[in-house]
Design a protein around this ligand. Structure first.
Ligand code: GTP
Ligand code: MG
Length: 370
């Protein structure tokens, strides 16, 4: 990691490689786009082209981490990623089951969600929505702490009989901290003891003013059990998504985030990846956190084998060298040697970080940004 190739630097700056070569020639350095230049020269070039140098963490410097920006004309609409949050037993999984027409709750040990489920549903108008079902809020917070803000919209589920509970308030705070728009789903309105108005009032105490109270936060009364209000919830999600104008470039090498990962008997290390941009394909070589691999197979949320997964799609990926951590970034790279090299480098850096508290070395800390 002593330097960077001219082409890679050009990519990071969204400039033409040939233009960099020209500039280098003027600086008295005849090189080709495939040649590596040292850090000082790279920094000079970055400044020469009017870009600023952005220092990023050690582990991120080796590959493209999203510092580069896809050109506007490459962007296409993508499905919103919606995270369902709320207090234990308020009906998060039931709501998702109702929306999907499935019965995940029945298959869960003690009815408690142990892992993040990631699913897609198709609305009546054909729109796709990606849902993440969180078991607790640690996963959400943990991922955010690691810079993985994968959620576009939060649906806060509050049971109308129980009202606001500690984890409801926690979820509100996490959502606010993440700056993500929220929709409140007041669930279990089929119960005699349901008091949705009380929920709305209590939300005010936490600075959540729903539409019914004259505010801007969308709210909807639902019953996952009796399938009430589900279409309205979907409509509100789509309305919110429209305002966000979510887009991604599907035609590039894929990047994604680990939603969850585990060692599976028979299948080896398996990770659920939410594709952020690009299209992940069977056969792609990738680095994910400190692990690397080659996509051996991909399985969608319906258990079907698929060959490709585009932006906002959650997919189980097989073919990893080991189990990555939730929030780790997956990046497709050009070849296996490169994948192993980057993974080994990341592992080494992580070990260093764990064993010393030395400041990160400057040398590995730059990338160019427009
Ligand atoms: P955790 O995953 O443990 O956090 O729970 P959860 O929020 O996913 O709740 P879950 O969907 O497992 O539902 C908890 C209980 O509430 C189950 O017994 C559901 O049958 C029940 N429940 C969920 N939605 C409704 C509803 O709309 N009405 C009624 N009456 N019961 C509901
Ligand atoms: Mg659940």
């Amino acid at each position: 990691p002593e330097g960077i190739t001219v082409q890679e630097l050009a990519n990071r700056m969204a400039e033409k490689g040939a233009d960099l070569v020209k500039a280098l020639f003027k600086m008295g350095m005849p090189v080709t786009v495939n040649q590596t230049i040292d850090q000082d020269t790279a920094e000079l070039l970055v400044e020469e082209f009017g870009h600023r140098i952005q220092r990023v963490s050690d582990a991120d410097v080796e590959i493209d981490t999203g510092a580069d920006v896809d050109a506007d004309e490459t962007l296409k609409p993508r499905a919103p990623v919606v995270t369902i949050m709320g207090h234990v037993d308020h009906g998060k999984t039931s709501l998702l089951d109702a929306l999907r027409g499935t019965d995940v709750v029945a298959g869960e040990a003690g009815g408690i969600t142990q892992h993040i489920g990631a699913y897609q549903i198709k609305a009546k108008g054909g729109e796709i929505i990606t849902f993440l079902d969180t078991p607790g809020h640690e996963a959400f917070t943990e991922m955010r702490a690691r810079g993985a803000n994968v959620t576009d919209i939060v649906v806060l589920v509050v049971a109308a009989n129980d009202g606001l509970m500690p984890q409801t308030i926690e979820a509100i705070n996490h959502t606010k901290a993440a700056g993500v728009p929220m929709i409140v789903a007041i669930n279990k309105i089929d119960l005699d003891t349901a008091n949705p108005q009380r929920v709305r009032e209590r939300l005010l105490e936490h600075e959540v003013m729903v539409e019914e109270m004259g505010g801007e936060v969308q709210d909807v009364e639902v019953s996952a059990l009796k399938k009430i209000g589900l279409d309205t919830l979907i409509e509100k999600i789509l309305l919110q998504a429209e305002l966000l104008e979510l887009k991604a470039n599907p035609d590039r090498t894929a990047e994604g985030r680990v939603i969850e990962a585990q060692l599976d008997k028979g299948r080896g290390a398996v990770a659920t990846i939410l594709v952020g941009r690009g299209t992940l394909k069977v056969g792609d070589i990738f680095v994910v956190g400190e692990q690397s691999g080659k996509v051996r197979a991909m399985v969608n949320d319906k258990g079907q084998n698929i060959k490709e997964a585009g932006p906002s799609m959650p997919v189980e990926v097989l073919g990893l060298s080991g189990v990555p951590m939730a929030g780790d970034q997956l990046s497709v790279v050009e070849n296996e040697a490169r994948a192993r090299e980057v993974a080994a480098y990341r592992a080494e850096q992580a070990t260093k970080k764990r064993t010393t508290s030395a400041p990160t070395s400057f040398e590995h800390m730059f990338s160019a940004l427009n």
